[in-house]
Write a protein that binds this ligand. Structure first.
Ligand code: SF4
Ligand code: SF4
Length: 378
């Protein structure tokens, strides 16, 4: 296992994400505890010392199971991370009760790492609202030793992250973002990395293989990667990509079975960042995937002033692309749509076609919006 230095700690470069543990009968809230026990034992034995959970993972069961399984190990032998569930606005006034409950669920006296969970457009104002006192409460827990390092995770866009950083950035010790060679461009993870670098905030990575989407590629892409690195398999490229960024300190993978676990641990026996040519190759492959699966909106905004309904067309198409790329696992698009006014939703399009006449990409906008609305169940 390779390790990264962080504020005097030696963190395994690969962390165990506990949001996709093995389950029984396909029921996400029924974790297969015995298989999970074997997996955590394997992690510990292989030198993984970072374990990430959250209040909502596995319907609230992840914290309970992780707490139960890690109890078998010396508290000093692992670093435990969890998060305040602000993705649900109903939780905002409950920070104290939830934090106490989380410590109990995890059977620990303190969290090594604790995050504002998913700072995004939908909740950033609430996270910043002093009336809820979330930041003050968490800083107090830091002072009294019950949080060792405070940070945040985010699926928000750059503007949203910048707003959060303006308020709390000087106290944020790390930030967890979705980073992989697909989202480097698709979700502008490149821009997020650069922003965090400006703030000197180390990067924690989630979704390194995009929920498994990057674990297998087309025949053509696979052949190109094999030719460039004959000894490396396709999933390993996703991790080598991340090893190419110095600010990436922790990479979390939500591993669901022993085979994935063993393969990823094997990859993390060595640090083998991509050279310039390899980086170009993988980003070209990602470009090709993006082009084949998404509507080619460049967010030029020419169409917006033409829309009698005042729809933010590029924003809606961006969410549509996200929903298409993520397939059945899509959650960002529905979450972001929930913050859009009812009369500005994709189904508000009256199919007047005025927007199409100015679109340089010749996108059939009303058709795409209709498909998006249907995909969202409207
Ligand atoms: S077709 Fe729909 S999105 Fe385009 S201008 Fe008309 S109402 Fe707006
Ligand atoms: S005009 Fe076309 S490319 Fe430009 S923002 Fe509108 S949909 Fe996107």
């Amino acid at each position: 296992m390779i390790y990264n230095e962080y504020k005097g700690l030696s963190l395994s470069a690969l962390g165990m994400g506990n949001m996709r543990l093995p389950v029984i009968d396909g029921d996400d809230s029924r974790i297969d505890v015995e298989t999970s026990r074997e997996m955590i034992a394997y992690c510990m034995n292989a030198g993984i010392n970072y374990y990430d959970t959250a209040y909502g993972y596995h319907g609230g069961q992840s914290e309970l199971v992780v707490g139960e399984l890690l109890k078998d190990y010396d508290r000093e032998s692992f670093y435990l991370a969890s998060k305040f569930p602000g993705y649900d606005l109903g939780n905002m006034p409950k920070v104290e009760g939830i934090f106490e409950e989380q410590l109990k669920k995890c059977q620990v006296e303190y969290f090594d790492f604790y995050m504002f969970h998913n700072v995004c457009e939908m909740n950033v104002e609430s996270y910043l609202n002093p009336e809820y006192g979330i930041f003050d409460y968490l800083m107090e827990q830091k002072r009294n030793g019950r949080i060792r390092h405070l940070g945040f995770s985010t699926h928000g866009d750059i503007e949203c992250i910048a707003k959060f950083l303006e308020a709390y950035g000087k106290d944020m010790e790390f930030c967890q973002i979705e980073l992989n060679y697909f989202d480097y461009q698709f979700q502008n993870a490149k821009g997020k990395l650069e922003l965090l670098d400006k703030w000197n905030i180390p990067v924690w990575v989630m979704e390194p293989v995009r929920g498994g989407q990057l674990a297998s590629l087309s025949e053509d892409a696979t052949a190109k990667l094999k030719a460039a690195r004959p000894d490396e398999d396709v999933p390993a490229w996703a991790f080598r990509f991340l090893q190419s960024f110095p600010s990436v300190t922790m990479t979390l993978s939500g591993m669901s079975n022993m085979d994935q676990l063993k393969a990823n641990i094997n990859t993390y026996e060595e640090n083998k960042p991509l050279d310039d040519e390899e980086m170009k190759l993988i980003l070209d492959i990602a470009d090709d995937m993006i082009r084949k699966t998404t509507v080619p909106c460049t967010a030029c905004h020419y169409c917006v002033s033409k829309c009698p309904m005042g729809l933010d067309i590029p924003f809606l198409l961006k969410l549509y692309n996200e929903a298409m790329v993520s397939g059945s696992g899509a959650f960002i698009a529905p979450m972001a749509l929930s913050s859009v006014d009812a009369d500005k939703q994709p189904q508000s399009c009256i199919e007047c076609h005025a927007c199409e006449q100015v679109c340089p990409q010749t996108i059939h906008i009303p058709e795409e919006l209709k498909k998006f609305a249907e995909k969202m169940g409207n």
